[in-house]
Ligand binder design. Structure first.
Ligand SMILES: Cc1ncc(COP(=O)(O)OP(=O)(O)O)c(N)n1
Ligand code: TZP
Length: 575
């Protein structure tokens, strides 16, 4: 056995009646619980299992242990590393072996006040007197399990669909296990991988119920933050924890593996709480002055930082994209080879992914580049050019956005409508058709909430939202529409400012998925391009689109913070 007991700090709250309550660190928002539902189930305590901490949920699998690693040693070390709840999932054991394993595991879990559950087997849970069971859709009915188990036992249910969640609510389970969120080698899956968006939709059903939720399936220290950030409902209902098998069980050092996961979880929970406070307008109020001040500061910072910006862009605009990147003070590297993506992630300040002339063979590089950027908390700017034009593009965009988290998504009305799955605005090729959205500010705000990133909607008036604050910008000139790829070069400029903001952010770990202020950076990109466009169009050497492009690059290079302060037309939208 390993070190002396070291119960994780703040874990146990002794109750006045002598029972033990497990300390919850969940992310349910105030007002999220529905008091009338809570009142339906008075505590029938033999066990007092309220307030369970689902943050890091270990699901065992002894077949995954490294050679010579003892199961109980692994269990105890993983608890010392930060596991908050354990489920024994041992498919190969016969009943008496399973009961024996459960009894011995309970001694370890009790030492640290960690709840212990049994997968599938209510009989084993009863025999070993553990804290509850986890049931699958085809296991014993929840109602029957409740009748058999002591009052107050924990019952969790696996859910793969929204209708499973609705059913779980009716059955008044304590928590649900949503999965598989990613692909996994640990279990042969019988239902499709859910993905982060699917998990978000399922979490939305839980709002106000008091039922907790963990995600399971392929979660590891590399994709954990992406999982947490992506698995959030439109009203900000986040996961209460994650369930992990192989990343802990297969590790020769489960204490370290759990600690790595736990640190990410705890930091995210802190960050998410702050995000929710902003959401309620309690801090960080956006005003025209605060926007202008943030933008002008970034214009200075980019000149010092000179961030390297990795761009996977289309063949039509590659040269002019590299030129505008240089003009605003950043440095471009245009590269598509999958095998160099990870190296580039390390040296670059940010990544632009533009699908304008995408081919199937480009997908792998885009997947790797975005994933590596996420791991390193570097910004990913996504330009889904012409996504409405073909099912190939739609599938690519869906696959990419499921794989990694974008920090900014930029597009015209037709592109963003196609991405959001609405027919309110149609597109023709890469262009938008018609007069746009009835309520563009609300549209960008909602899309930003759904995609969990900043969204830039380009058009005669540009709209930008991070899901909390929304601004419209009324700068620009019609000549910008008469050169090819003005939208694409905007992507490069936004990526440059995002990279600068990320590099300037010296907080080591804010718990979020990106460093830097992506909202201000996106606004900076749009303002700088559109104001430079206005200045270029006024020049007497500009006779039309041909002479406009070089003049635009010159104006981008010489644009000052004072010009932006003087010429910007910003409106903060109160939605
Ligand atoms: C926390 C958690 N969530 C889901 C599952 C999967 O359970 P189930 O659907 O019963 O599949 P098996 O685990 O029995 O293969 C789980 N075990 N834990
Ligand atoms: C039990 C289970 N249910 C859905 S996925 C899964 C296995 C998860 O294992 P891992 O964390 O190793 O991917």
């Amino acid at each position: 056995m390993s070190d002396s007991p070291e119960p994780p700090s703040g874990r146990v709250l002794p109750e006045t009646d002598g029972t033990t309550v497990y300390n919850a660190q969940c992310c349910v928002l105030e007002g999220d619980r529905n008091p009338s539902l809570d009142a339906l189930e008075p505590p029938r305590t033999t066990r007092n299992m309220k307030n369970i901490d689902y943050t890091l949920y270990l699901v065992t699998g002894r077949n995954l242990l490294p050679p010579n690693k003892d199961f109980f040693e692994s269990l105890e070390e993983s608890i010392q590393g930060g596991v908050t709840i354990v489920q024994l999932r041992e498919k190969e054991l016969d009943t008496s072996e399973f009961v024996e394993l459960a009894v011995k595991s309970k001694i370890i879990c009790d030492k640290y006040n960690i709840p212990l559950l049994i997968n599938d087997r209510v009989d084993v849970a009863l025999a070993a007197n553990v804290d509850g069971v986890h049931l699958g859709q085809s296991d014993m009915a929840v109602k029957r399990a409740r009748e058999l188990l002591p009052h107050g036992s924990i019952i969790g249910l696996s859910c793969n669909t929204v209708s499973h969640v609705k059913d779980a609510i009716k059955q008044k389970v304590d928590y649900i296990g949503i999965g598989a969120v990613w692909g996994t080698q640990t279990k042969k899956l019988t239902s499709p991988i859910i993905g982060v968006h699917g998990v978000g939709d399922m979490l939305a059903e839980l709002e106000g119920t008091g039922i907790e939720a963990v995600a399971i399936g392929g979660i590891n220290s590399i994709n954990l933050l992406r999982t947490l950030h992506g698995c959030v409902s439109l009203k900000n209902r986040a996961l209460d924890g994650v369930a992990v098998v192989s990343d802990i069980m297969a590790s020769p050092d489960p204490r370290c593996a759990s600690r790595k996961l736990k640190d990410i979880l705890v930091n995210f929970q802190r960050h998410h709480k702050f995000y929710c406070l902003r959401h309620r307008g309690r801090s960080d109020v956006v005003t025209v002055d605060s926007v202008v001040s943030g933008v002008t500061q970034l214009m200075n910072e980019i000149k010092n930082a000179r961030p390297l910006v990795h761009q996977i862009t289309n063949t039509v605009v590659s040269t002019q994209s590299a030129n505008v990147t240089l003009a605003v003070g950043a440095s471009p590297i245009m590269a598509t080879e999958p095998s160099e993506m990870q190296d580039l992630s390390r040296v670059c300040g940010g990544l632009l992914v533009n699908i304008g002339t995408m081919r199937a063979e480009n997908l792998e590089g885009m997947m790797i580049a975005g994933t590596s950027a996420n791991v390193l908390k570097k910004p990913v700017i996504f330009d889904p050019v012409g996504v409405g034009a073909s099912s190939f593009r739609k599938d690519c965009v869906k696959g990419l956005l499921n794989k990694w988290q974008a920090s900014v998504i930029k597009g015209n009305a037709g592109e963003l409508a196609a991405l959001a799955g609405t027919t309110e605005v149609e597109s023709k090729g890469v262009d938008s058709v018609g007069s746009g959205f009835k309520n563009p500010a609300e549209f960008v705000r909602n899309l930003a909430r759904r995609e969990r990133c900043v969204v830039v909607l380009t058009g005669p008036i540009d709209y930008i939202s991070d899901g909390i604050s929304t601004v419209s910008l009324d700068n620009g000139h019609e000549l910008l529409e008469r050169i090819t790829g003005s939208g694409c070069i905007l992507g490069s400029i936004v990526a440059s400012y995002c990279a600068a903001s990320s590099q300037a952010d010296n907080i080591t770990d804010n718990g979020g998925i990106f460093r830097g202020d992506m909202f201000t950076a996106a606004i900076a990109g749009v303002l700088v391009l559109t104001i430079a466009g206005e200045l270029a169009a006024k020049r007497h050497d500009v006779k039309g689109p041909g002479s406009f492009l070089p003049a635009l690059i010159d104006e981008l290079a010489s644009l000052t913070a004072d010009q932006v302060r003087e010429l910007s037309k910003i409106t903060v939208k109160h939605l």
